[in-house]
Design a protein around this ligand. Structure first.
Ligand SMILES: [Zn+2]
Length: 109
């Protein structure tokens, strides 16, 4: 998916259409890193120490897990920054796409 660098969009703070800058944001940190039953917690408990192949508790997940790649696309998080009030607001729902490119070109009117 290709995106323009600037786009005219509704700003909820200015309550009108203004020029917006587009930037991509990461979807967030690690999910449920310290939840019950997580690998991270198990490692703190002392699993995955010592010699040999630790399988599930090792530095890398078990072979069968990283060999299969089911998801080739991700949902994108686009942040719109208003050029007038400099406030930013995001998309409600991201679209699933492989790669997102922000284009430098501006449309000629
Ligand atoms: Zn604004």
């Amino acid at each position: 998916m290709k995106l323009p660098k600037k786009i005219k969009r509704y700003c909820p703070y200015c309550k009108k259409h203004t020029e917006h800058k587009i930037s991509l944001v990461s979807t967030g940190g690690k999910r449920s890193a310290l939840k019950h039953g997580s690998i991270e917690r198990a490692k703190k408990r002392g699993r995955g120490r010592g010699l040999g192949n630790k399988g599930k508790w090792g530095s890398k997940p078990a072979v069968t897990k990283w060999k299969r790649k089911t998801k080739s696309t991700k949902k994108t998080n686009i942040l719109y920054t208003c050029q007038e009030c400099k406030k930013s607001h995001g998309q409600k729902k991201g679209k699933r796409t492989g790669k997102v490119q922000i284009e430098n070109k501006e449309k000629k009117k």
